[in-house]
Design a protein around this ligand. Structure first.
Ligand SMILES: Cc1cc2nc3c(=O)[nH]c(=O)nc-3n(C[C@H](O)[C@H](O)[C@H](O)COP(=O)(O)OP(=O)(O)OC[C@H]3O[C@@H](n4cnc5c(N)ncnc54)[C@H](O)[C@@H]3O)c2cc1C
Length: 526
């Protein structure tokens, strides 16, 4: 059985993981462990940009205030200030690495997005994440001190308690499944950083990539870390609905340019829901679409931008025009079928201002973590910047931590398991989970729906546990096990919140409750 020793293990190769690796590489032997190729993950998909106070007349106070307003009373003020005040330095760092941000008159071009009171979005045209990831990957590949383990999937963290070791609880390393050999490899290090992204795949419709299965959240929970605010899932109102289109976002700019939301018979419905109609905030539009879909039993609604000229659409929305055309939808003449989709996981592993979790030797950064920045609703373009600011802080915390000795770790034991006979159980349970999470734990929740979901999750957990105990692990099985775990945590958090706040809307608890408080889940074994 292969085994590797490092100073730091980083799980995940998105913006959070790669940034941390670059900060640590000069002084530490770093392993980046990632379950697919380096570029797979949400970071490369980000379109809009990165928020930072850089314009004259803008201020840290204004950015903080906009973040607090979006977060509906639940943002942690210290975390918010920390991110906002370090954002300009994070942008300069990316520029130093060579990210080709859009410029105007020799300076960074800043756009404005919903919820921001000033122009403060740094971007690379409409494909910011791709530009950032491409640059980071090139730099990481050329940096000595970083060893890359692609196609290695975290199975579980290894802790002193699990091994029954004396001397206090801490994280000692991890097991990862190597896809090419089907072997579970042991990694040892005194410090591990989880940067595994969000959990959008727990829902039937999502803008997230296939990697977003909440693996880090589930693994940290099993290892004894507290979780925060997992009921707050941000839904993007308009994702392309087509059997052959997975996770294709239709940007809000389409509504900004006059796009109208219609029922299949052509009736416009947004004015009945909000005076701002199609230009209402994301969560209002997503709720209205959800309401109409459930009321009429629809699979999708339509977004019509055909009043604009073909030349305008080609100039403003070339990617959407092309992608829809590939699928036989001519948006110059036809409306676009759309559904809301899970977009961002606001909650996650509870951390401090340096990304430290409850478990000594384990840190969490990026979408996997809950730093308190996003509160009950994320402000647009605040997540990429959070990845970078906390990557640096976590790297500093790792560098300052006393160097711990490596412990002897047992190899993965698969002597009692065989190859699975019925893999259909896994694919069936994936589908079932994502469907009932969408129907019962989606945009509009009720006590009864949450109870139904909790009941089904308990059944699935039993089946998956059986499977995990008796058969060789595969990436699909590991992801399903994690998704069901995260689903349970989302439902439990939603049941604990007896109010409607930010992204959590309950028909049984429609009012705001005072005082505002985060939802903290404490694992049974710590
Ligand atoms: C379509 C879209 C558009 C967006 N636009 C913006 C935007 O304009 N601005 C903004 O600020 N935010 C945006 N976001 C959100 C932002 O992209 C993410 O929050 C951010 O990229 C998360 O970065 P991360 O490094 O935490 O995770 P990711 O980039 O998702 O990386 C996670 C990494 O972990 C790996 N991984 C996961 N599980 C395992 C495992 N078990 N073992 C090993 N490796 C594992 C994955 O393969 C991946 O490499 C957008 C998101 C989407 C989906």
């Amino acid at each position: 059985m292969a085994s590797h020793d490092f100073d730091v293990l980083i799980v995940g190769s998105g913006l959070a993981g790669l940034s941390a690796a670059l900060h640590l590489a000069p002084t530490h032997r770093v392993a980046v462990i990632t379950k697919r190729a380096l570029h797979d993950g949400a970071s490369g998909w980000a379109q809009g940009g990165i928020a930072a106070v850089l314009a004259e007349g803008d201020s840290f106070d204004a950015h903080v205030q906009d973040t607090l307003v979006a977060g509906a009373g639940l943002c942690d003020l210290a975390a918010t200030r920390f991110v906002v005040e370090h954002a300009p330095e994070a942008i300069r760092w990316l520029q130093g690495l060579g990210v080709p941000f859009s410029q105007e008159d020799g300076a960074l071009h800043l756009t404005r997005e919903g919820g921001h009171g000033a122009r403060r979005i740094v971007h690379a045209a409409d494909a910011t994440g791709a530009a950032v990831q491409r640059t980071l990957i090139d730099v990481v590949r050329a940096t000595p001190g970083i060893t890359l383990f692609e196609h290695h999937t975290l199975v579980d963290l290894i802790t002193a308690r699990k091994l029954g070791l004396p001397g206090g609880q801490r994280c000692l390393g991890l097991y990862a499944l190597h896809e090419a050999t089907d072997e579970v490899v042991t990694f040892r290090a005194p410090q591990t950083i989880l940067a595994t992204g969000g959990a959008g795949k727990v829902y039937l419709y999502t803008t997230n990539p296939d990697t977003a299965t909440g693996d880090g959240i589930a693994a940290a929970w099993r290892a004894g870390c507290r979780m925060a605010n997992l009921e707050f899932i941000q839904f993007h109102p308009t994702c392309l609905y087509h059997p052959h289109a997975k996770s294709f976002l239709i940007t809000e700019a389409v509504r900004g340019e006059g796009g109208r939301l219609l029922l299949p018979d052509g009736t416009r419905f947004m004015p009945q829901h909000d005076a701002r109609a199609e230009l209402a905030p994301r969560d209002v539009v997503a709720r209205a679409i959800d309401y109409e879909m459930k009321r009429h039993g629809l699979d999708c609604v339509h977004l019509d931008i055909s009043h604009q000229s073909p030349a305008f659409l080609q100039a403003h929305f070339p990617n959407i025009l092309a992608r829809c055309a590939e699928l036989g939808i001519d948006i110059t003449r036809q409306p676009i079928p759309v559904v809301p989709a899970a977009h961002y996981t606001c909650g996650g592993v509870l951390t401090d201002l340096a990304g430290r979790t409850d478990l000594p030797g384990l840190l969490a950064i990026g979408e996997t973590a809950c730093t308190g920045l996003h509160g009950a609703n994320r402000l647009a373009s605040n997540s990429l910047v959070e990845c970078m600011v906390y990557a640096r802080a976590a790297a500093q915390a790792v560098a300052q931590a006393p160097r711990a000795e490596l412990s002897a770790l047992p190899p993965w034991d698969d002597s009692q398991v065989t190859d699975a006979d019925e893999c259909v159980v896994i694919s069936h349970n994936w589908d079932e989970l994502r469907r009932f999470m969408w129907d019962y734990v989606g945009i509009v929740r009720t006590d009864k729906r949450l109870e139904r979901a909790a009941h089904r999750i308990a059944l699935l957990q039993g089946e998956i546990h059986e499977f995990y105990a008796h058969f060789h692990v595969t990436r699909d099985l590991l992801e399903l096990r994690n998704l069901v775990q995260v689903a349970e945590l989302i439902v439990r958090s939603a049941q604990m919140r007896r109010e409607s706040r930010g992204l959590h809307f309950s028909r049984d608890w429609p009012a705001l409750a005072a005082p505002a408080a985060p939802t903290i889940l404490v694992p049974p074994v710590r």
